[in-house]
Design a protein around this ligand. Structure first.
Ligand code: UDP
Length: 240
């Protein structure tokens, strides 16, 4: 390929909500297939992709514990929900012929998927497999953003691309404030100082400590992932 792109390896994080489409809960096949195609479009031009999927469309630990479940049990349910989303995404990507995938879970789930292995992940990424990192970090009290930063740093990704339903990082909540400003560029310091909502702090400080750039963008905008890979300045970029 003679197309130019600015990244070699990325860690794509998608929130669970992106998979629910217009529904209130669960997985919308149309959204799932669309995201799978977006991923295919960048794998085809030679980008190495690690993928982490949240589970806001199914169960989130914080929500369950508010409803009265024990927090650790709640997070375990959240963790397993990320595996459910990952299984669906693997299937959707596999059905697009020519893309190779590997689903690696942070916790052993024999017979369903592989367990995470650093060595194997590195080797498969280099061989153009899309690696889906499921089950978050495998521990309660963390999020899939933490898992994305962790796996991103481990696998030496050039950037975390955080695909959400919104256009990027705003000064205030754009749903509540019509004067909210969408930032194009921020430093880690700006985010911390102004308490901007990018990720939870555990995840964010990990990215900062290892200087892993983050771009928050709207993955529901068709072609956004591809355009960003080609250097388009879309969403919000957070760097040193
Ligand atoms: N979770 C966890 N440890 C992890 C990753 C995830 O306990 O390392 C649980 C946690 O309950 C969380 C849920 O899984 O709420 C889903 O992840 P997240 O909230 O990050 O999903 P998203 O908001 O991205 O859809």
């Amino acid at each position: 390929t003679n197309e130019k792109f600015i990244y070699r390896r990325i860690l794509l994080k998608i929130s669970g909500e992106v998979l629910q489409g217009v529904n209130q809960f669960g997985i919308d096949m149309k959204s799932l297939k669309r995201i799978a195609k977006e991923i295919k479009s960048i794998v085809e031009i030679g980008i190495q992709v690690g993928l982490v999927i949240g589970s806001g469309n199914l169960f989130r630990g914080a929500r369950l514990s508010k409803m009265g479940l024990n927090r650790v049990a709640s997070d375990h349910i959240g963790i397993l929900s990320t595996v459910i989303n990952s299984l669906a995404m693997r299937d959707a990507i596999n059905s697009l012929s020519s893309i190779k995938t590997c689903l690696m879970s942070a916790i052993p789930l024999n017979g369903i998927c592989e367990i995470y292995s650093y060595e194997k992940a590195m080797s498969l990424l280099s061989n153009q497999f899309v690696i889906i990192f499921a089950a978050g970090t495998g521990n309660p009290f963390f999020t899939t953003d933490s898992a994305a930063c962790l796996r991103g740093i481990e696998t030496e990704a050039d950037i975390i691309l955080k695909g959400t339903k919104v256009n990027g990082v705003y000064s205030t909540d754009p749903k509540k404030d019509s004067n909210a400003i969408l930032y194009k560029k921020l430093t880690y310091k700006d985010v911390l100082h102004n308490e901007l909502k990018v990720m939870d702090l555990a995840a964010f400080t990990l990215a900062r400590d290892y200087q892993l750039p983050i771009r928050v963008f709207n993955i529901n905008e068709p072609g956004s992932l591809y355009r960003i890979i080609m250097g388009n300045d879309e969403g919000t970029l957070i760097t040193k």
